[in-house]
Design a protein around this ligand. Sequence first.
Ligand SMILES: [Zn+2]
Ligand SMILES: [Zn+2]
Length: 355
Amino acid sequence: MNKYQYPVEVHSHTYHSDGQFSVSELVDAAVDFGYKGLILTDHNSSAGYLEMAEVEAVKSGALVTLHGMEWTTYFGHMLAHDADYDVDWREATVDTIDDYMAEVRAANGLVGIAHPFDIGSPICTGCHWDFRVKDFSLVNYIEIWNSNSPQAKLESVLAYELWLGKLLEGYEISCSAGRDWHRPDGPDANMGVTYVELAAGKALTPATFKEALRSGSYYITLGPRVQFSVGDWHMGDRVGAGKLAEGGAGEGGSATAEAGADGGAAAEVRVAVTPTELRDLKQFPVTHAVVSVWNNNTLLHQSEPVAELGGDGFEVVFALDTAAVKPGFVRFEVRGDFRGVENTLVVVGNPIYVK
Ligand SMILES: [Zn+2]
Ligand SMILES: [Zn+2]
């Protein structure tokens, strides 16, 4: 069964730090773009949050918001999402960042490393991530796409490799996209969009928004929408390898537990890709789209290129012999040609974790 998906933005600024938006201008721009959720992450300030609650679209529930802040230090920028209180970041040093991350986590917050490979001093002091994290289990997400045109940046490739490396080391860690929205964009801008995924029928609320971010039930995209499932399991689920062919949490229905070639169970893997429905991104076509599905660093399946992603899109379906799946994770990505960049990542899904 298809999940409900909601486009959200988790990294944005107003004139409470260095953004050009007032709080209400940012809310209006977010609603106009099509976002259903937004986290304001001003630099070292959460002053805009209460003000945001008074804006009509937030009051009415059209836009769901969470509290947030971007810790802005000499050693890196860190997103602290929805902590119960603002943890004091000012004494954090290169070697003590774990203690501060732990405090954010203890305050029910989520921790994200922002733009880890952005150029640092003297161009942008503190923008490069120099903190030495000892325990990556304290990190909820690594922002692998930052700001506009992430497809054209070496920093995106380096951050993707950092994220993937941590996954392969066994950490449960998500990749995220941050528009790092500071001002109205021109008509030619493209950016990564986050889609959080909820069980069918579930509304986006502050609680479901946060839980999707916490569990990793989301993907990032330059536009295309994706529904990804292994049996009845989805991004952010934790499942025993032997249960991949069985039904997911309360979804019922479509999982097929047929006998595999070796007599083990087979799970149906499905990746359905459809064009963007976001007005501002429709002008940017994806060509030669290729879906790949991975178990750790083993390629399980790669589809033939689809010349033009249009109409109803396309679907990739294959049977996975669950006996051959190794503990770690199963994840998908879509590559394609996008705005003159060949074979670039256009959609990156967060993992289903396999125990
Ligand atoms: Zn930053
Ligand atoms: Zn920022």
